[in-house]
Write a protein that binds this ligand. Structure first.
Ligand SMILES: Nc1ncnc2c1ncn2[C@@H]1O[C@H](COP(=O)(O)OP(=O)(O)O)[C@@H](O)[C@H]1O
Ligand SMILES: [Mg+2]
Length: 299
């Protein structure tokens, strides 16, 4: 089954009939509503030049050159195994935690190479937060989940105020304000994911990386997270991996399409095929591989 066909049956995808035409060709009405944005990224947060990511000898991602714009939502799409998560994890040195993983090329954050020897990866991860597919709430109260990062970082703040502010920003406060001492496990999956986002923004990051944040959520919870992302993008830079093209079309300003090439030894290596304003990628892609993918001919 092709990647695109599996999206049609994706139980996590919003069940809107307008999402996918019967032909498998995507309905691009969501991208046509958005404002026109220029091809070139002007306010650069991340500047990647020939970035390659390896696991031991295996080159999982080849030669990525791209720039991520401030206060934009950038979506990574493409079939599974093409290195989207691997590349995303390289943005905040999360791959450091995987033995054998290494990054080559230049990955600059505000002009600084985040892989330079004097850079503290813990500080990188405070500034560049990450939200995963499965909400990884801590076995603690709702309050403690949000307060955890600021406490560990020794932030001098009024904790009650900060917890309220972050839960409000994560669109969760009204639902939990009377239950702050309750276990985070008592929340639904969608609420847990918003709690994780509240915990992420509590340490005052600039960037939020999200790896398929809605993949384990139902359509209503997914819609809430998408609304929240658009709201957060006013203050944060967001990079999201999604296997759901409609989600990329709905939320992102820019889309990067990745695929995997097979080398002479039969090994698959992920690569960036095309990157640009989401509307252009979905309506007038330059590369035939992008065209095939978005029109459901992939696979
Ligand atoms: N921790 C790891 N160790 C070794 N190989 C990995 C690891 N994580 C991912 N890979 C491999 O790297 C390639 C890209 O994987 P991934 O980044 O998860 O792709 P995607 O997110 O696009 O599905 C795949 O071939 C995958 O098997
Ligand atoms: Mg992935």
């Amino acid at each position: 089954m092709s990647e695109t066909m599996s999206e049609i049956h994706d139980p996590d995808a919003p069940q809107s009939t307008s999402d996918m035409a019967m032909t498998g060709r995507m309905d691009v009405s969501a991208v046509l509503e958005g404002a026109e944005i220029p091809e070139v990224v002007s306010n650069i947060v991340f500047d990647l030049a020939n970035v390659r990511v390896f696991y031991g000898d295996f080159e999982a991602v080849r030669d990525v050159t791209m720039q991520i714009g401030r206060n934009e939502i950038t979506a990574f799409i493409g079939p599974s195994g093409c290195g989207k998560s691997t590349l995303l994890r390289s943005f905040n040195r999360m791959n450091d935690l995987i033995p054998g993983a290494r990054v080559e090329g230049l990955l600059a954050y505000h002009g600084f190479n985040i892989y330079a020897p004097d850079v503290d990866p813990i500080e990188v991860r405070r500034r560049i937060g990450m939200v995963f597919q499965k909400p990884n709430v801590f076995p603690k109260s709702i309050y403690e989940n949000v307060a955890y990062g600021p406490k560990v970082n020794g932030m001098k703040v009024n904790m009650d105020d900060l917890v309220e502010e972050c839960l409000t920003r994560a669109a969760l406060w009204d639902e939990v304000k009377d239950d702050l001492k309750k276990s985070a496990y008592a929340l639904s999956g969608g609420q847990q994911q918003r709690l994780v986002i509240a915990r992420c923004i509590a340490v005052k990051p600039e960037v939020i990386l999200m790896d398929e944040p809605c993949a384990s959520l139902d359509p209503i919870a997914t819609a809430k997270i998408e609304d929240l992302m658009k709201e957060l993008a006013k203050d944060y830079t967001i990079v999201i991996v999604t296997h759901n093209m409609q989600q990329a079309a709905r939320v992102s300003e820019r889309t990067a399409f990745f695929t995997a090439d097979v080398d002479a030894q039969g090994v698959r290596h992920g690569r960036l095929v095309e990157y640009g304003p989401t509307r252009r990628i979905f309506t007038a892609p330059h590369d035939p591989r992008t065209e095939d993918y978005i029109s459901g001919r992939f696979g």
